[in-house]
Design a protein around this ligand. Structure first.
Ligand code: NAP
Length: 305
């Protein structure tokens, strides 16, 4: 699997990461098979959050990965904090407590990347800065990022936070392209021109922030998988044609479309099925041409100006 640079030159990691949100449903044997398959395919980056499975996903991963000191060094573990039941919390105390909980469940001494999960409008940047500094100097967290944040929110954090913000995890798939639509429809009067995120795609490229597309196979907000869905018949036909041309599974083509973007994104795939994961990893073999990339974008129902 190809490697990409994460953040502003932090480290190299697999171009596809495994998201562990859904693994709390797996028994230990299946979880072990999934993680082993990921490693065999060259995936060395695993995405977590304190809330996945109510904390169970981190525990299942720790047992399945069985990381001793040597093996721990060979993988990157990312987790997130800040979502609570009914509210968001970026307070110093919450961030510190959440990281301690994740470290305990993940059975590790350090987290490679910590993300603030969803914007907390009550955020006090000074408190975040204090928490990040405490965590970094204690050796508990190496690098920091955000998720679902727009440029203004990142700039606000940067008023106080001294560590680079090097990751922004955002929803993006062939059937969820808002951040791309707005850049293709500048100064138009159609709905695609409406910016929902203040130009986050270009902001991240300008600031060397790695975009991690989450739910790369879903449409809507967890509305379902677009692959094989009647709602996306034209897209599925276009995916099937290109998948046949490149001799890869259709799911791999959906990931190849994300990998082709020069922003050097790291899709977070969320399958719990080792066979599906092997299929997705074949995306690595594909480099779409511009006409092919735009053909998939149009087949998803988008028009170009
Ligand atoms: N930052 C955020 O706010 C946020 C929000 C949501 C998710 N995330 C992260 O993003 C990761 C991915 O999210 P996701 O799970 O929604 O992503 P996804 O990869 O788009 O969806 C995975 C789901 O699609 C199913 N699926 C159906 N057909 C498939 C096929 N042919 N190949 C692969 N999967 C297929 C999978 O089922 P099987 O398991 O049976 O394959 C699984 O239920 C999460 O694990 C989490 O780490 C972050």
């Amino acid at each position: 699997m190809k490697k990409i640079t994460i953040g502003p030159g932090w480290f190299q990691a697999s171009s596809i990461a495994l998201g562990c949100m859904r693994i709390s449903s797996l028994n230990d044997k299946d979880a072990e098979h999934l993680i082993r398959t990921a490693l065999d395919e060259g995936i060395d980056f695993f995405d977590h959050a304190d809330i996945y499975g109510g904390g169970r996903s981190e525990e299942v991963f720790a047992r399945a990965a069985g990381l001793n000191a040597d093996r721990r060094e060979q993988v990157r573990i990312q987790t997130k904090c800040g979502i609570c039941k009914g509210y968001f919390d970026f307070s110093r105390d919450h961030i510190l407590a959440s990281v301690d909980g994740s470290l305990r469940r993940l059975k590790t001494d350090y987290i490679d990347v910590l993300l603030l999960h969803r914007p907390d409008t009550l955020v006090e940047p000074d408190e975040v800065a204090e928490a990040f500094s405490i965590l970094q100097s204690a050796g508990k967290v190496r690098f920091f990022g955000v998720s679902n944040q727009n440029p203004g929110q990142i700039e606000l954090l940067k008023q106080a936070v001294t560590q680079p913000i090097g990751v922004n995890q955002l929803q993006l798939s062939l059937a969820f392209t808002g951040m791309i639509d707005t850049g293709l429809n500048v100064n138009m009067q159609n709905s695609a021109s409406v910016s929902h995120d203040n130009g986050i795609l270009d902001y991240c490229r300008l600031h060397r922030i790695t975009i991690q597309p989450w739910s790369p196979l879903q449409y809507g907000f967890f509305a379902g998988v677009f692959l094989g869905s009647d709602k996306y018949a034209e897209l599925n036909r276009a995916i099937a044609d290109l998948a046949a041309r490149y001799d890869v599974p259709e799911s791999a083509m959906a990931i190849a479309w994300l990998l082709r973007h020069p922003a050097s994104m790291q899709p977070i795939v969320g399958t719990t099925h080792a066979g599906h994961l092997k299929d997705l990893c074949q995306a690595d073999r594909v480099t779409l041409t511009r006409p092919e990339w735009y053909a998939l974008y149009r087949a998803a129902g988008n028009t170009l100006p």
